[in-house]
Design a protein around this ligand. Structure first.
Ligand code: GLN
Length: 278
């Protein structure tokens, strides 16, 4: 009998090479049945219909081939939001929520501050900030029209007002200034062996990989940001676990003040930022 319990146990065995077999199997089951985790726990002895069983098998086979769970289910939770994602966008990471947290600390709940998210992908950072700070005027850009489509749809579905523009970093923002600029740019070095492993194999290389040992886009953003920051405005950047010192040096050299770094949930340096002088 193909009960929820036996199918999940079998799925766990088949997903043994995933870092999270049980969570993956659970999320695929939730997706196929359209139920939450609690429902699944309470219905472990239910027998799946033939259609559900075949859909679960298809989803499982995709995951066995290494495809990220979020691309199979078409969504990922980020901050307090449920975001649609597809292969045009990076899968939002929990560590990026540290950047959102820092951003919300810098923005008062009601003031009409201008915020820019560079390389927004699924819109994760921009939408989380817009949700947390309704007074903020949020603009989000991405060089990929396909990614922006996903971000736009997320904004519409969540009823969050964000301006979405196709732009290669600041290219389409001539003369515009912001009180806060945030970005999770590509920062993985071209020869990093992790690119051949796990979920990274399926995510857009343009969202992951940067030249100059992963620092090229971080350098480009830090160099151009002062032309787009208001006096006293902040720049917050996600970066690789071993790039904290380099990013702080770049920020200090460009003239930013109060340069600091925050660690991710794994204890690694992950977000650095600084304030443009008043
Ligand atoms: N944090 C992601 C990872 O290392 C990479 C995201 C990025 O390059 N911006 O898996």
């Amino acid at each position: 009998m193909s009960t929820v319990r036996t199918l999940l146990a079998d799925a766990c065995r088949r997903l043994a090479s995933s870092p999270s077999p049980r969570a993956d199997a659970d999320m695929l089951m939730q997706h196929v049945l359209g139920k939450d985790r609690t429902w699944i726990r309470l219905h472990e002895d239910d027998v799946l219909t033939a259609t559900d069983r075949s859909q679960f098998e298809t989803a499982l086979a995709r995951r066995e081939c290494g495809e990220p769970v979020a691309y199979i289910t078409g969504s990922r939770g980020f901050w307090t939001l449920d975001l649609a994602v597809d292969a045009a966008t990076l899968v939002p990471r929990a560590d990026t929520e540290i950047l959102v947290e820092w951003a919300t600390e810098l923005l008062s709940p009601t003031s009409q501050v201008r915020v820019l998210d560079l390389g927004t992908g699924s819109g994760a950072i921009a939408l989380a900030i817009a949700h947390e700070r309704p007074g903020a005027i949020v603009t989000a850009v991405d060089a990929s029209p396909a990614a922006l489509d996903v971000a736009r749809q997320n904004g519409a579905r969540l009823d969050l007002s964000v301006e979405f523009l196709v732009s290669d970093w600041f290219a389409a923002l001539n003369g515009r200034r912001f009180d806060l600029v945030v970005a999770n740019p590509p920062y993985i070095a071209e020869d990093d062996p992790h690119l051949g492993e796990g979920d990274l194999r399926f995510e857009p290389a343009t969202a992951l990989v940067a030249a100059e040992q992963g620092l090229r886009d971080l350098r480009c953003i830090i160099s151009a940001a002062p032309m787009h920051l208001a006096r006293g405005g902040w720049l917050l950047l996600e970066h690789g676990h071993d790039q904290g010192a380099a990013v702080r040096d770049l920020l200090n050299a460009r003239g930013f003040m109060t340069v600091a770094t925050r660690r991710d949930f794994g204890g690694n340096e992950r977000i650095s930022g600084g304030q443009w002088p008043c």
